[in-house]
Design a protein around this ligand. Sequence first.
Ligand SMILES: CC(C)(COP(=O)(O)OP(=O)(O)OC[C@H]1O[C@@H](n2cnc3c(N)ncnc32)[C@H](O)[C@@H]1OP(=O)(O)O)[C@@H](O)C(=O)NCCC(=O)NCCS
Length: 209
Amino acid sequence: MSSKKGRVILNETEFYYQYKNEKYPIEVREAKSDDDFDSIVRINRSIFPHDNEIDDYARLWIQHNSNSPYFVITYNESNVVGYILSVVKGGYKRCITCELEQLAIDTNYHREGFASSLIKISLIKFQHLLQKRLQYSTLKIGIVYLTTGCTNYSAQLLYTKILEVKQKGAKICHIYGSNEYGEEEIIMVNENLEPIVEKFMEEYRALKL
Ligand SMILES: CC(C)(COP(=O)(O)OP(=O)(O)OC[C@H]1O[C@@H](n2cnc3c(N)ncnc32)[C@H](O)[C@@H]1OP(=O)(O)O)[C@@H](O)C(=O)NCCC(=O)NCCS
């Protein structure tokens, strides 16, 4: 399937992938099955080949993060197009700080709206999951931050647009060793995320997520 021909439609009443004249249902859900994790490894290895040296390490790395959910975005039930990993930092409290640790979309589907939808819906689901896990119904994700390559402009534009994050502080060094861009990282933060997640929840309340 070639890129640029499809588009994710996400609005108050619809969530689907439009490709040519077909509409495919989209789902954002917690990765659970071996197939889901195989897909995450496949996408991780193709997009971040330097993160893990071999596929087995990528698999182990995912297990290492097993306290935090990986959310995948799929269309037509089984096609996993991307994944996101968000991690709680600094402890459990009413106002949670969350690091957006990793996000990747299969290169065949870039610029079709998958990452934007994945971020929005996974945040709603992650907050709900934490509320349930801690039995704390008023818990909110209040702060989000992430690091990204200082010339990874596509990611920076995406995060600015969807999460309204801003760069904070100066560039930081190669904290992940030699990353795929071989460059320094920046930190982007939104310290007032609550209204944004509220807005997503309000907007997509009618969808069967
Ligand atoms: C960054 C990434 C996740 C974006 O995924 P995507 O599904 O293509 O993003 P979307 O289609 O939802 O894009 C949403 C918006 O982000 C911005 N954007 C995304 N990619 C862009 C690009 N290549 N150039 C310019 N703007 C871009 C645009 O504003 C876009 O909206 P528009 O298409 O309506 O103009 C994807 O390119 C990717 O997987 N990159 C490699 C991994 C990576 O860099 N991850 C983040 C590291 S922290």
